[in-house]
Design a protein around this ligand. Structure first.
Ligand SMILES: O=C(O)[C@@H](O)C(=O)CO
Ligand SMILES: [Mg+2]
Length: 256
């Protein structure tokens, strides 16, 4: 079976963010991910990781103003300056925290708009160069438009084209099984097709984004396939626990 990372944005929400590291470790996790660390100094987060003996799997670049509905800046032609600043901030956090991966969110923009596409390509190239200098991997993730209406990157094939056009080995696909199923279905074929591009995987039940093994997918087969394609990274548990996080972890403790 693959190794798992607790997603601290969605899991352990009964305690404040900085307490979730210890909570994850006490449930047996050896790694964590979350959307954004930026409300806390990176040194404080690095301390939490150290004290809880956890590795950082990944986090996202600053998304713009989340409360105003922004969901990333990479495809926004009028926000190129802000994108560069967000990249700088993410890199400085990733260095202190020790994150091997950064996820670049695209933002809300029409997927077929020429200027959004050109901006996204340009920003992806810039982010690839900068992360490369720091020895950090970069991911992009197709996200379904039901959860994130108007999100620019809603297609796995388009994501693969963007990655291949950059042609840098550290630029990878974030394969979120939940989004994949909602966007295209055919999860196992998707894992096989994009095995060479996958840099990070996340899992949740479909359609409710709860614990794996509670939705419409055969999660056992999917986890076996993740091993079969030779994926060695973490699988992020990016789901909203149905009741308590710890009580809902039987799917994980009962895995062979
Ligand atoms: O799937 C998701 O929603 C996340 O992985 C993310 O990065 C944006 O919310
Ligand atoms: Mg995800």
């Amino acid at each position: 079976m693959p190794k798992f990372a607790a997603n601290l944005t969605m899991m352990f929400n009964d305690v404040p963010f900085l307490h979730r590291f210890e909570a994850a470790a006490s449930c047996g996790f050896s790694a964590v991910e979350y959307l954004f660390p930026y409300e806390h100094p990176p040194e404080v987060i690095a301390d939490q990781l150290l004290h809880s003996h956890l590795s950082q799997a990944l986090f996202n670049m600053p998304p713009g103003d989340w409360h105003l509905g922004e969901r990333g800046l990479a495809a926004l032609p009028e926000r190129k300056r802000d994108f560069r600043d967000s990249l700088d901030k993410a890199l400085s956090y990733a260095q202190v925290i020790g994150s091997p991966l950064l996820h670049m969110m695209a933002g809300i923009a029409p997927s077929n708009d020429r200027s959004a596409i050109d901006t996204y390509r340009e920003n992806l190239k810039l982010a690839a160069e900068r992360t490369g200098e720091y020895g950090i991997g970069l991911t992009i993730e197709p996200i379904n438009g039901r959860d994130m209406p108007g999100y620019f990157l809603q297609n796995f094939e388009q994501a693969a084209e963007f990655i291949e056009a950059v042609g840098a080995a550290h630029v990878k696909l974030q394969f979120d099984i939940y989004h994949r199923q909602i966007l295209h279905g055919d999860v196992i074929m998707g894992l096989r097709q994009y095995a060479h591009l996958i840099g990070h995987i996340q899992i949740a039940s479909v359609p409710d984004r709860n614990e794996p093994f509670t939705g419409e997918l055969n999660d056992r087969l999917i986890l076996e396939e993740i091993d079969a394609i030779g994926y060695k990274g973490y699988v992020g548990c990016e789901y909203r626990p149905c009741r308590g996080t710890q009580e809902g972890l039987t799917w994980l403790t009962e895995l062979p």
